[in-house]
Design a protein around this ligand. Structure first.
Ligand code: AMP
Length: 199
């Protein structure tokens, strides 16, 4: 098993880099944002609850989010070689819960890849994504709230994972492929696992 967390502010490129990581290492991708947006699109009860938080740029409450994640882990990812967690954890209680969930399943979290991008660039990327994809929470007001929530509730996780010796800082500005090469080198150094193929 190889379990990785892709960590970073909204707009830092977690989704883009996740796609490359799962391709290269044969892992399963869990994006909690995508799971929630899928529920919203299908109009489920959970989607209705999630929408009230997402549209304001707030986090879904920890107990609900942890239950959703555990459900996906057991129903979709249990037979996989490992998981890339994208957008989870976002709070200290979520990080503690993830450690417990993995330990309970005889596994472990191997590395946390931190995509570090200056704030002006994050805002520009999200505004562009909003125009290109129509993603509802990529609007100026909600972006402002999401960045504030990130600084207050999510950024403290950097120290949490630094203390666990798992945090790998990555310069998330620049070309997608160059950033990915840096991620691969960091993961390989931390875990000793080699990419399936080198392009
Ligand atoms: P993302 O696609 O990761 O940027 O997530 C979009 C939105 O979904 C966030 O702004 C939150 O409202 C919600 N969300 C996603 N993941 C989490 C999480 N781990 N905890 C709480 N809320 C989340």
């Amino acid at each position: 098993m190889l379990n990785l967390v892709l960590f970073g502010a909204p707009g830092s490129g977690k989704g883009t880099q996740s796609a490359k990581i799962i391709d290269q290492y044969g892992l399963y991708h869990i994006s909690t944002g995508e799971v929630l947006r899928d529920h919203i699109a299908r109009g489920t009860e959970l989607g209705k609850i999630a929408d009230t938080y997402i549209s304001k740029g707030q986090l879904i409450p920890d107990d609900l989010m942890i239950r959703i994640l555990e459900d996906v882990l057991d129903n979709e990812a249990s037979d996989k070689k490992g998981v890339v967690f994208d957008g989870f954890p976002r709070t200290i209680p979520q990080a503690v819960a993830l450690n417990e969930m993995l330990t309970k399943r005889g596994s472990d979290l191997h590395a946390v890849i931190g995509l570090e991008v200056p704030e002006e660039e994050l805002i520009e990327r999200m505004l562009n994504r909003g125009k290109e994809t129509g993603r509802a929470d990529d609007n100026p007001e909600t972006i402002k709230n999401r960045l504030e929530v990130y600084h207050n509730q999510t950024q403290p996780l950097q120290d949490f994972y630094k203390n666990e010796g798992k945090y790998i800082p990555i310069n998330g500005s620049g070309l997608v492929d160059e950033i990915f090469d840096e991620i691969s080198a960091g993961v390989e150094k931390a875990t000793g696992i080699l990419r399936r193929s080198r392009k």
